[in-house]
Ligand binder design. Structure first.
Ligand SMILES: [Fe+2]
Length: 349
């Protein structure tokens, strides 16, 4: 028997019914590569069939890179042809198709598609981040967090590891809330994350990554301390990991690789720090900083976004967050306002 064989039934049912809202007669594509979990794919295909819909499972060999770097390894024409003709696409690939040419084409051409990115999903992660989560309550909580955050002008974040950073929100950059609500023509991620791009030139202070940074590292052996001035990294300090990170940024020879791109809250009650960035960036009470390329969805006021050679994300665990004068979290625990505390308790169970 595979791990969590029984429990995967409920987790995949939540995915198919509560999140993707699969209707009888719809075609649902599940894509996977040879490093994807067969147990996860099969359980999900069963849930699709059980919902009266038609599962279409597509396995490919594992590309040697992700996104555009995966392009040369993929049967692109065949994938585009198939995925342009489905109602729902669930991506379980390990080396992801997200932001590949196949993804870009399908998102642009299949106007009514509902897509969710669940790259690298395994049975253990699926049980913790979906199976045991009340998706609707989590969505209410996330909506409230986003609302409170965007009502404020200034945000300050500190962590026990030494983060102490401030910035101002930009009124024309609404947060992207990954809450498990994916209407037609949109794409979503694993629920439990909120991302937004502040006024870049107002980001100042110290950011200490003490969870993981990917690419290029994964789980950190020792913290990486960044000094930020007017939204850009001006100093990197720490041990071996900091050296590796600095070398990686430098290797692009691109000044925009030192540009802060977004801040995110992690709020999935089941997420653990495992080194898998999809899960790490959802650890409850963590904050995450994106660095490098800024996609147009984050900065609707800047047509085309802010291009850079690559993008990386780093995790700051146990964050304390102030929105103007209101402290909403203390070392990762939701403490204000009372209605948010109540929702957090419901979500955490
Ligand atoms: Fe990011």
């Amino acid at each position: 028997m595979t791990a969590y064989e029984f429990e995967l039934g409920l987790a995949s049912r939540k995915l198919i019914r509560d999140i993707m809202d699969v209707q009888p007669g719809e075609t649902v594509a599940l894509t996977a590569d040879t490093l994807s979990s067969e147990a996860v794919v099969n359980a999900t295909a069963r849930a699709v069939f059980e919902a009266g819909a038609k599962p279409l499972v597509i396995w490919v060999s594992t590309p040697l890179g992700v996104g555009k770097a995966a392009d040369p390894y993929l049967p692109q024409k065949a994938l585009i042809g198939a995925l342009n003709n489905v109602d729902v696409w669930i991506e379980f690939n390990y080396q992801w198709l997200l932001y590949s040419t196949v993804f870009d084409r399908v998102i642009a051409e299949n106007k009514d598609l509902r897509y969710i990115c669940l790259v690298g999903m395994n049975p253990d992660m699926m049980i913790r981040t979906l199976g045991r989560v009340e998706i609707k309550t989590l969505a209410q909580f996330l909506k409230k967090v986003a609302e409170i955050t965007m009502k404020g002008k200034r945000v300050r974040i500190t962590t026990p590891a030494g983060t102490n950073v401030e910035f101002e929100n930009h009124p024309q950059r609404p947060p992207i809330v990954h809450s498990g609500y994916i209407p037609k023509g949109t794409y979503g991620m694993l629920p439990g994350q909120i991302s937004w791009t502040p006024k870049l030139e107002t980001i100042n202070g110290t950011i200490v990554f003490d969870g993981s940074v990917y690419p290029p590292i994964g789980l950190l052996r020792d913290p990486i301390k960044l000094t930020i001035e007017r939204g850009r990294i001006v100093k990197i300090e720490g041990g071996k990991d900091a050296q590796e990170f600095e070398g990686w940024l430098r290797s692009f020879n691109d000044p925009n690789m030192y540009q802060m791109a977004h801040i995110s809250y992690g709020f999935n009650p089941g997420a653990r720090l495992t080194g898998d960035i999809v899960e790490d960036e959802r650890v409850w009470g963590a904050t995450e900083w994106g660095i490098g390329n800024i996609g147009p969805r984050l900065v609707p006021d800047i047509p085309g976004g802010v291009p850079a050679s690559s993008h990386t994300d780093g995790i700051c665990l146990n964050s304390s967050v102030w929105i103007d004068d209101l402290q909403i979290t203390d070392r990762g625990k939701v403490i204000n306002p009372p209605e948010l505390v109540e929702l957090a308790q419901k979500v955490k169970g």
